[in-house]
Design a protein around this ligand. Structure first.
Ligand code: ZN
Length: 453
């Protein structure tokens, strides 16, 4: 996606962009451009005052997640023979103990206390075969990859009788029934149903095993000798959001009071891209159902927030920042996005229709920092063919208390930015990249923290 980045204009890059062929090409493209002063004033006038500051409404606990991935040659002499791993880390922060983590003089995170937190948090790690590796006797890299995904999704990531099994989560998200209509190995039309009792079946044509996890289609990006980076990225994306689903399901069933006092922060948009994108609908309806249950129990909707540090909404925000007063907010509706962010003349029917389960907002705090956050769409589904969804998704009253609570959480953490991110996200990010400890125990930690009532 082309961007016109003013800041990138040093040396070789700008020479390249000045090339007449490139200029000619760009003149026929649509892309984000810096607004003129007049345009910026028009855009700024569309922002409204952010929800009031006092009294702040804060959760008792914050769970921040971050995912990382890596593909590595198994040997320096075999650069094309690779394994990959995907790691999702969750960091649990008790708000009443957060102050201890920050040095009041410098407002920096105390590295020793952060290290203690890291010892408590453990990432969930998935190891996968990459190019040139066939797992457990599979005929192809792709079949081996499918089996590895199935094996690793079927492992219980908690101890004792507690469970965290992503295959189960996947089935729960789909009302315990998944249908696969094309064999992932021989591509024949098949009609195989999967349930929690039957997560593995054989293709009636080629006899190769088909797994419930094939529904995610992660293997479709895998080739025997090619670059499997994009499949790993999809996997990382799917796992991070599935784990969010697993946490919500588990707490909803066993500890709704705990669920009402936690905020979940995901680093990135509330969206799933590529092959597993259809999972976004399941998460959207799960969160809606969970909130309906919470409501009957007398609780408010769960605060689940995506925070984006990069991407075109943030690029746009930085271009606009100096024109905005402090303490304002804007819900990014489709017309706004197309006009000012993607620079397109045509408004799409419903932005993110196949991928997003959350709505983007831009928020400039009272202290002058700008954030792009997302909240889950407060509906069970998007209706047929867009319909009036594009209108409903940007009606602020539909989000109830969530906008105010999201703003309060950002305000609370913005004082202590760390690696240019709010502290929970920064810690989860560091954790995802430093820790080699296997196993995922945030659910146990939540219970141990005395959250379960
Ligand atoms: Zn087959």
């Amino acid at each position: 996606m082309p961007y016109n980045r003013e800041t990138a204009g040093k040396g070789g890059h700008s020479d390249f962009v000045r090339n007449p062929d490139i200029q000619n090409f760009l003149s026929s493209c649509e892309y984000l451009r810096p607004p003129s002063d007049d345009e910026a004033r028009v855009i700024a006038s569309q922002f409204i005052q952010a929800p009031e500051v006092n009294p702040a409404r804060l959760p008792n606990f914050v769970v921040a997640s971050d995912a990382s991935k890596n593909d590595t040659p198994i040997n320096d002499k075999l650069p094309s023979t690779q394994i990959g791993f995907v790691k999702v880390s969750h960091v649990l922060i008790a708000m009443d103990r957060y102050a201890e983590l920050i040095d009041p003089a410098t407002r920096f995170v105390d590295p020793f206390k952060a290290a203690a937190l890291h010892r408590n948090a453990q990432p969930v790690t998935y190891v996968l075969p990459g190019s040139n590796i066939k797992y457990r006797g599979a005929a192809t890299v792709k079949d081996g990859f499918r089996l590895a995904v199935y094996d690793q999704f079927t492992v219980n990531r908690r101890e004792g009788t507690s469970r965290l099994v992503l295959t189960e989560t996947l089935l729960l998200l789909n009302n315990n029934r998944l249908t696969i209509s094309k064999c992932p190995s021989c591509s024949s039309q098949i009609d195989l149903d999967f349930s929690s009792q039957q997560t593995l079946r054989a293709c009636s044509r080629c006899g190769v095993n088909v797994y419930a996890t094939d529904w995610l289609r992660l293997h479709e990006g895998i080739s025997d000798f090619g670059d499997n980076t994009s499949a790993m990225t999809r996997m990382m994306n799917a796992v991070e959001h599935l784990l969010l689903g697993a946490f919500v399901l588990e707490l909803l069933n066993n500890s709704p009071a705990a669920l009402s006092s936690i905020a979940f922060i995901i680093d990135g948009p509330l969206a799933l891209f590529g092959e597993p994108a259809k999972l976004h609908q399941r998460l959207m309806s799960l969160i809606h159902e969970a909130n309906a249950r919470m409501s009957t129990l007398g609780y408010e909707p769960i605060l689940i927030m995506g925070l984006q540090k990069t991407g075109n909404v943030m690029d746009h925000a930085r271009l606009l920042e100096k024109y905005l007063p402090n303490g304002v907010i804007k819900v990014i509706d489709d017309v706004y996005r197309q006009t000012y962010i993607t620079g397109s003349d045509t408004v799409s029917e419903n932005f993110g229709n196949e991928t997003y389960y959350g709505q983007d907002f831009l928020f400039k705090t009272e202290k002058g920092r700008i954030f792009n956050f997302a909240l889950p769409y407060p509906f069970p589904d998007k209706g047929s063919n867009g319909g009036d969804f594009a209108t409903r998704k940007v009606m602020l009253p539909n989000y109830g208390s969530l906008i105010k609570r999201a703003c309060d959480l950002i305000r609370y953490f913005e004082l202590d930015l760390y690696d240019n991110a709010i502290v929970p996200v920064a810690l989860a990010h560091r954790h995802a990249s430093i820790s080699l400890v296997p196993g995922g125990k945030v659910l146990d930690l939540i219970t141990r923290a005395g959250l379960a009532r």
